[in-house]
Each structure stands twice: as C-alpha cells, then as structure tokens.
Design a protein around this ligand. Structure first.
Ligand code: UTP
Length: 309
C-alpha cells in the first residue's frame, strides 16, 4: 500500500501573474472547487490517506481550505444548507494534512526533498497540483498498481508534439510492454528537440522509492537553474532502480497558465451532469456571435462598395 503523497505547492506561479501575486495557483477554481482539491480527491480514490503539502510564502489559504470551519458550518446549519460543505468536510475529516515549508522555491526536486523527514522509508506518491487529469480511472491508482506489481518507480507520461519537448522532462524507452506501459531507459529534463529521446513527456504524477531522498540530498542545480526531480529520477535509474512509465488515459490540463485553466473549466462544465446543458447553450450562442464577428472581419477587408455589415 502507498499511504502518503507529497503535493509540491511552493512554486511562484509566474506564468499566471498577476492572478498568482497573492493567490496560490493551486487555489484557482475549476468550476466550483480549487484545483488542489481535485488532486486530493484523486489521491483518496487511489487509497492515500496522508497528504504532505509543500508550501511557501502566500500559501496559507491552502491550509485553511483543508481544515474545519466551525463558524461557517454552524451558519450553514441554521440556513439548512449544510450540503454545500459536504464534500470538503468529509475529505477533511477522513484524511490527514501535513504542511512542510519550502523556504525558497529552488525547484520541484527541492520541494520533494523538503518533505523527506515526514515520509520515512516507504514509497511515496507525488502529485503536481497544477496538472489536472480528467478521466474514468484515477491516474495515481494506475501508477500505484504498477509500482506494487513491478516493485519499481513509476512516472506518468503523455505524448506531446516534438516542438514542445523542450518544455518537459522526456523519457527514453528501454522496452514497451503494452500500448501504455514502458520501462524507462533514461530521463532528460527539457531537452532540445534534436536531442530528445522520444516525445513522451513526464506529467505531474509519480510513485517514487524512498531512495529518491538520498539522491536529492546530493542533487545540484539543473535546467533553468532549479533542482530538478527528473534529474534525481535519472540518478535513481543509474543506481540500479527500475523506472516504469505509464501513458495516461484521459485529458490533462496545465492549470498553471490562463489558457490551461480556461480549458479545464470548459471541459469540466461540459461534463457536469447538472450544468452541461446550460453551458452548451451558452457556447452555441458564442459560436453564432463568433461567426457574425468573423463575417464582419471579412467584410471589412473587402472594397468599400461591397462592404455589407
Ligand atoms: P511549476 O514549474 O509548474 O510551478 O512546478 P511554478 O514554478 O510555480 O510555475 P511558473 O513556472 O513560475 O509559472 C510544478 C509544481 O511544483 C511546485 C509548484 O507549486 C507546482 O505545483 N513547485 C515548483 C514547488 O513546490 N517548489 C518549487 O521550487 C517549484
């Protein structure tokens, strides 16, 4: 069993400024819940009970979210609206949250290393809270199953266009076992397109052996001047540990950018049993508007006498 997860949330979220100047990107909402709550829910569905959240400055609202709120709960009771808090209250009661402060955002590897003293000698799940994956089966449950079966480390991957590989950690494949399962030969952080071993990019789910902490003890700055988790996993591989990669099923959203969050919100709303119809109608209206606008734009480019608005 894998009972603990690390959720690194100590980054600065610069790609989403100014929204993230004082609001952690992990708290940006997808429809009616903050992004990080979807991550915790995926963890719970995958059998995890203990969440170690790595935080930094301006992140204390994450702690408030995963805590009881007696005044609000009492107020809702008087209004017969307790069901509004049902989901989050149950989650808070049934899970444990531990907070570790990353003093400086020195990179994802450093954030994971900051949780070392609360993990101990056991395999650990790592979730990046800005990678939201929507699908039927929780991705982490799949990773855990592979890790237990193969006694190995596992990273989640996704195919990306070759001209985007330099934005990701990329794996090289030693062996392919099925359409979605690979044994990893090497991992390279942000390679040049010409040097990438594949187009399989690591996305924000990992199951790692506790040896990762000993490797991170020795880790130096890598790509972008940050301590990279990918480099540490490559070291694990070189030390003789097995690393597998699982190609995720379902849709992944990088909610660390405005466009990624917008897409996540639209897709979530369109899958929502109660609200999908209204959202679809709204989008159809927008589509008509868009066509009209496009018509105008085309008309404006024509000579004046044929201009029809
Ligand atoms: P990102 O690189 O996506 O987050 O890291 P960032 O650095 O906050 O974002 P930008 O690039 O400036 O926009 C993935 C996850 O790792 C955490 C982030 O909070 C995010 O959830 N992280 C990153 C840390 O906890 N500490 C770090 O030093 C870096």
């Amino acid at each position: 069993m894998i009972m603990k997860a690390i959720i690194p949330a100590g980054g600065l979220g610069t790609r989403f400024l100014p929204a993230t100047k004082s609001l952690p990107k992990e708290m940006l909402p997808i429809f009616d819940k903050p992004a990080i709550q979807y991550i915790v829910e995926e963890g719970i569905k995958s059998g995890i009970k203990n969440f170690v959240v790595v935080t930094g400055r301006n992140k204390s609202v994450i702690e408030d979210h995963f805590d009881i709120h007696p005044e609000l709960e009492a107020f809702l009771r008087t209004k017969n609206k307790s069901e509004l808090m049902d989901g989050i209250s149950k989650l808070v009661t049934n899970s444990n949250f531990i907070y570790v402060r990353q003093r400086e955002p020195l990179g994802l590897g450093h954030a994971v290393w900051s949780a070392k003293h609360v993990i101990g000698n056991e395999h650990v799940a790592v979730f990046l809270p800005d990678d939201i994956i929507m699908g039927k089966t929780p991705t982490m449950a799949q990773l855990i199953q592979i890790a237990l079966q193969e006694k190995c480390n596992v990273v989640a991957v996704q195919e990306v266009p070759m001209d985007e590989v330099s934005r990701y950690g990329i794996i090289g494949v030693r062996k392919q076992f099925s359409p979605n399962l690979f044994q990893v030969k090497e991992l390279v952080e942000k390679p040049l397109m010409s040097e990438a071993p594949s187009n399989l990019a690591i996305v924000g789910r990992y199951v790692l052996s506790p040896k990762i902490f000993a490797v991170l003890d020795q880790q130096h700055l890598g790509a972008g001047g940050e301590i990279q988790l990918t480099d540490a996993i490559q070291e694990l591989l070189l030390s003789g540990e097995k690393v597998f990669a699982y190609k995720i099923q379902g849709e992944r959203y990088d909610i660390g950018t405005p466009l990624g969050l917008l897409k996540a919100n639209l897709d979530y709303a369109l899958r929502h049993p109660r609200h999908a119809g209204v959202v679809l109608e709204y989008l159809k209206g927008l589509d008509k508007e868009f066509v009209v606008m496009q018509g105008k734009a085309e008309a404006l480019n024509k000579p004046a006498k044929t201009l029809v608005l």
